[in-house]
Design a binder for this molecule. Structure first.
Ligand SMILES: Cc1ncc(COP(=O)(O)O)c(C=O)c1O
Length: 409
């Protein structure tokens, strides 16, 4: 940041592809069948492959992960004014798709050591209007699905797993996304399985599958006419290019996930030995962690009061692909504070000005630092270098070196 050599010189590649990916896309180009109005062909082929990979009966692809969540929620049968429980520490789409279904997101805080939805706080948020829960397997760490499914069964709630970070991850040996009523994936560029953009829902529920199939194809139904529309759907179909690329990328996913998982376990041990650094914990039923993000909690009191923002910028300048993450919990975004709900039918009583989820706030403002997934595909030597970079900053702060530069600036 202030001159000198970077601790980590390697550039981490993402996406990873070779001639097989280029050839798959070229073949689509040459076939002239770029789109897929019937969602058959390569699109259906990929859906079947991904459903089988997850151990689910059905898969419906669509344009992105947000739309995947939207399709699952609308197809679940929610009505205007119904409430949906979501975590506040996630990408905004987990909550905005609820608004887009004319429903009310209700924020329940996360656990301090996993940053996943805290099951012990869910029941207090349930009202007669609650119809669904969207647990997010944040960073690729499985949520406590046993506890969540017990609560869901007790209160008759629909469970949509937000699996945007967790392709190939497992909870007690079961692929994430296949445990709730629906599991929603994103294939946007940064994701562990990627086609530039894209999304998909897996489910075992045949009725839900048919409804989502119709909704993503302008409300058409099986065996219906082309200009015959039964539901309020839209054109959310993916192209044959995306499907071809996804099928190809899927052949690498399991090995990549296992490598990230191994590196994560190793990096946990290394960082656990540094004062003021606490990686999020394992041992909550995750049999495979996807490390879409490797998250550690930063304690500035052990780094001479350096803010987490400054620290993450210095660490990135040292060559560790990292980021300070979300600047605030979702409910603090202007959208919620100013009730900018536009045309959506959100009841007047809804007000987010008094919502506080202390764990999510601490994660955003004080603690959370993310190392990005492509860096977790490195070697154990790379993991050693990440840990050394953190130690180097800590030592420099002890000697007053970084502080001197910051003060001089
Ligand atoms: C947790 C989570 N859910 C949903 C999404 C939405 O996916 P997409 O960007 O493909 O719409 C994302 C994307 O970043 C995400 O991180």
């Amino acid at each position: 940041m202030y001159g000198g050599d970077k601790s980590v010189k390697k550039k981490f590649q993402w996406p990873i592809f070779d001639d097989s990916d280029v050839s798959a896309v070229t073949q689509v180009a040459q076939s002239g069948q770029w789109g897929n109005p019937d969602c058959g062909g390569l699109v259906e082929k990929f859906e079947k492959e991904f459903a089988a990979y997850c151990g689910s009966k059905y898969a419906i692809s669509c344009v992105n992960g947000s739309v995947a969540l939207r399709l699952a929620l609308i197809a679940s049968g929610v009505k205007p004014g119904d409430e949906v429980i979501v975590p506040p520490y996630t990408f905004i789409a987990t909550a905005t798709i609820v608004i887009e279904a004319n429903c009310v997101p209700v924020f329940v805080d996360i656990q301090p050591d996993t940053y996943n939805l805290d099951p012990s706080k869910i029941e207090a948020a349930i009202t007669p209007r609650t119809k669904a829960i969207i647990p997010v397997h944040f960073a690729g760490q499985a949520c406590d699905m046993d506890a969540i499914m017990v609560i869901a069964r007790k209160h008759n709630l629909f469970v949509i797993e937000d699996t945007a970070h967790a392709h190939g991850g497992e909870y007690k040996g079961q692929k994430l996304g296949s445990i709730g009523h629906a599991g929603c994936f994103s294939f946007q560029s940064s994701k562990n399985l990627n086609a530039g953009e894209g999304g998909l829902v897996v489910t075992n529920d045949e009725k839900l599958f048919h409804m989502m199939n119709s909704l993503r194809n302008v409300g058409r139904v099986k065996d219906g006419q082309w200009y015959e529309h039964h539901y309020i759907g839209c054109n959310y179909r993916i192209t044959q290019f995306q499907a071809a690329l996804l099928s190809q990328q899927l052949t690498r996913l399991e090995a990549q996930t296992r490598l990230r998982n191994e590196n994560g376990i190793y990096l946990n041990t290394l960082l656990g030995n540094i004062e003021g650094i606490k990686p999020l914990t394992r041992g909550h039923g995750e049999t495979l962690h996807t490390y879409h993000l490797f998250i550690f909690r930063y304690d500035k009191s052990k780094f001479h009061g350096l803010s987490k923002k400054e620290f993450s910028e210095i660490l990135a300048a040292e060559g560790v692909p990292c980021f300070m993450g979300y600047p605030k919990p979702i409910y603090e975004q202007p959208l919620f504070q100013k009730k900018n709900f536009m045309c959506y039918a959100i009841p007047d009583y809804v007000d987010y000005s008094d919502v506080h989820c202390p764990v999510a706030e601490t994660a955003c403002y004080e603690e959370a630092i993310w190392i990005l997934q492509h860096a977790m595909l490195g070697t154990t030597d790379d993991m050693d270098q990440f840990a050394n970079a953190i130690k180097k900053i800590q030592d420099a702060l002890k000697e007053g070196a970084v502080r001197k530069v910051l003060t001089a600036e």
